[in-house]
Design a protein around this ligand. Structure first.
Ligand code: CTP
Ligand code: MG
Length: 230
């Protein structure tokens, strides 16, 4: 089933501390941004990529798109102050009768197989997210003391991509904008409509590259995939 994808790539990568957008950092010699874009470039179901970038990265990103022959960019939009603003700017360019995915440029290990399951679920229910069961014991705390142990069996660690009927995501963003609500993912905006969101179980290796040690994990994931020919 065809889908379009909005890829927010307009962050500053402050926690990575590289002094530039972390998406430019290489993994096995190829920029993180390109690893992520290649997944969608190679997926026949993906009808177009809407990439949100910051003006300071524009020249460099454009030359990378050329160098690595990424042809599926249907629009380049300007990023905003928050990730949510970048996604909103991307939404202005989506086709309203199609499923739209939002996927962080900083998650290069997403598998097409998971994307397809997600798109299927979103086309049936209007909204779906990729998540994995929480492995750690999670506690709520107050003033440095444990307040409560949260029942783990109902907890999920949420990733991207997240997929929605485009009209649903647009409604959610417009409502959030009106009410000045900022969420850390698209689902949190859609839940507020309210509109149901289903969960597709993904993989633990679909990590978001956030801090420097994540780059070691990333190299290890790439090595493992190379060895197993995935
Ligand atoms: N992003 C964006 N626009 C913003 C902020 C973030 O498009 N205003 C993008 C990032 O480029 C990244 C994704 O949203 O692909 C997830 O954000 P995050 O991992 O927090 O990246 P950064 O915001 O770049 O990192 P940091 O928060 O450490 O500065
Ligand atoms: Mg950020």
């Amino acid at each position: 089933m065809p889908y379009q994808v909005i890829i927010p790539a307009a962050g500053q990568g402050k926690r990575m501390g590289a002094g530039k957008n972390k998406l430019l950092l290489p993994l096995a010699g190829v920029p993180i941004l390109i690893h992520t874009l290649r997944v969608f470039e190679a997926d026949a179901e993906c009808s177009g990529i809407i990439l949100a970038i910051s003006p300071s990265d524009e020249q460099q990103f454009k030359s990378l798109l050329k160098e690595y022959s990424i042809h599926k960019i249907s629009s380049l939009v300007q990023g905003g102050k928050e990730r949510q603003d970048s996604v909103f700017n991307g939404l202005m360019d989506v086709r309203l009768n199609e499923i739209v995915l939002v996927h962080d440029a900083a998650r290069p290990f997403i598998k097409a197989e998971t994307v397809h399951k997600l798109v299927e679920a979103a086309s049936q229910g209007g909204g779906a997210i990729v998540a994995v069961p929480v492995k750690d014991t999670i506690k709520k705390a107050a003033n440095g003391r444990v307040a409560e142990t949260v029942e783990r069996s109902s907890l999920w660690s949420v990733q991207t991509p997240q997929a929605f009927r485009a009209s649903v995501l647009l409604e959610a963003h417009n409502k959030a904008m009106r009410e000045q609500f900022i969420g850390t993912d698209e689902s949190s905006l859609v839940e507020r409509i309210p509109h149901p969101v289903s969960i597709i179980e993904g993989d633990y290796d679909n990590i978001k590259l956030t801090t420097p040690e994540d780059l070691y994990f990333a190299e290890a994931i790439l090595r493992k995939r190379k060895e197993s020919g995935v």
